[in-house]
Design a protein around this ligand. Structure first.
Ligand code: FES
Ligand SMILES: [Fe+2]
Length: 412
């Protein structure tokens, strides 16, 4: 089924998004084919999560289960996590260390660390009876190998042979921000995963939506961590598929738009009793206090003050997705710096003082839109096209950039 046979995109282009894309099962299936199995690099894990030979970790790229394994030579192999016998998951634990081989638990077929089939239990049968046919050739079978690329410790995998090299896919601006934020010896301070009752694209729109941040998130505005009255802007990759929204808190100005009479989020009665949650240090020479970067389709690199996190939003159906977080610090953080990062992590995650709202608003949009799939949203803040916005975040340009990437790949 082609996407064109399901619906037509509105003539206004990416300044309209038909509600159908957030709920239609046919569109979900087409996305699996064209985006998740398409010419796209997908972040799957950090290389430090599988440091030693034999270490493996599972991940999912859309509906496709994969496993990445550190081989004896120090490289990383990635394969579809599926046994060639009857399709069982070869690795059933989320992560572990293989003793030189991977063994499928169902009938004990084994693979080497690159996914080549190395043995079949009872290949010659038992007592001279049964077993595989004489001409069965072990070397003709293997787990499906996948392309892997690592940038600054971030492991990306693609299921397509047509995907350009990773650095070309990211582009220089995206690489520069990755260099700035995690181009150091990073450590994982914690991980968690949350389920959301909405299509994955509603979350990815939210991540790119610099307009909502100081409006939906009362805490951002009240604590002056992020306001549109600060210097900041939007950077986009060449085609507009990826984005960075950034701001510099020290440049905040009094703007009449943040009149508490007009804005719920500017209510001056709100403050924090324990300021440790936002206390930090000026970590970056450029003065950037907030930078949210998205790499199409579903990877996010976040710097909020000194809180650094990786997020990956994986679809689990037309109406549901899973958001996985890795909270990061630097290996050489002092005790006080580590404590500040941990305190600031109260801002994010499913119960975080900022991110809590991002976790629920998608399901409200779902409730608001699902009954009328032929209607569309209005995405005109900051114009109707996809061009960088160096001076302002009062724009939805990076949301339009997401839809440009989506339409390019879905061919609609
Ligand atoms: S399904 Fe893997 S050994 Fe049978
Ligand atoms: Fe948000």
């Amino acid at each position: 089924m082609t996407v064109e046979s399901i619906f037509e995109w509105p003539g206004e282009g990416v300044s309209r998004v038909p509600f159908r894309v957030y709920s239609d099962p046919g569109i979900y299936e087409a996305e699996q084919d064209r985006i998740f199995r398409g010419p796209v690099w997908h972040f799957v894990m950090m290389d430090r999560e599988i440091p030693e030979p034999g270490d493996y970790r599972r991940a999912r790229i859309g509906d496709t289960p994969i496993v990445a394994v550190r081989d004896a030579g120090g490289g990383i192999n990635a394969m579809v996590n599926r046994c060639v016998h009857r399709g069982n998951l070869v690795c059933i634990d989320e992560a572990g260390r293989a003793d030189g081989r991977l063994t499928c638990v169902y009938h004990n077929w084994t693979y080497d660390l690159s996914g080549r089939l190395t043995s079949v239990a009872f290949q010659k049968g038992a007592g001279g009876k049964g077993g595989m046919p004489e001409d069965f050739d072990l070397s003709a079978h293997r787990m499906t190998p996948l392309r892997v690329a690592v940038y600054r410790g971030l492991v990306f995998v693609t299921l397509s042979d047509d995907t350009p090299p990773l650095e070309d896919y990211l582009g220089p601006e995206m690489c520069a921000n990755i260099d700035r934020v995690v181009g150091r010896d990073m450590v994982i301070l914690g991980t968690y995963t949350q389920s959301m009752a909405n299509n994955w694209k509603l979350y990815m729109e939210n991540v790119r939506d610099s307009y909502h941040a100081s409006l939906l998130h009362l805490f951002f505005t009240a604590t002056r961590i992020n306001r549109l009255s600060m210097d900041g802007g939007i950077r986009l990759s060449d085609r507009g598929w990826h984005h960075i929204s950034y701001s510099i808190a020290a440049t905040d100005r009094e703007e009449p738009e943040y009149d508490p009479e007009k804005l719920r989020a500017a209510d001056d009665d709100y403050d924090i009793a324990d300021p440790r949650i936002v206390r930090g240090w000026p970590e970056f020479e450029c003065g950037t206090t907030l930078a949210i970067q998205s790499v199409f389709p579903n990877f996010v690199l976040q710097q909020t003050l000194n809180s650094i996190a990786l997020r990956i939003c994986t679809p689990t159906g037309p109406d549901s997705c899973e958001l996985s977080w890795r909270i990061l610090g630097c290996a050489d953080d002092s005790e006080a710096e580590r404590a500040a990062r941990v305190h600031q992590s109260n801002l994010i995650g499913p119960a975080g003082l900022i991110s809590m709202e991002d976790g629920i608003v998608g399901s409200w949009v779902r409730q608001g839109t699902r009954s009328e799939p032929d209607k569309a949203s209005l995405v005109e803040m900051g114009g109707r096209d996809v061009v960088p916005s160096p001076g302002s975040r009062a724009t939805e340009v990076s949301v339009r950039g997401f839809w440009r990437g989506w339409r390019d790949l879905m061919d609609i």
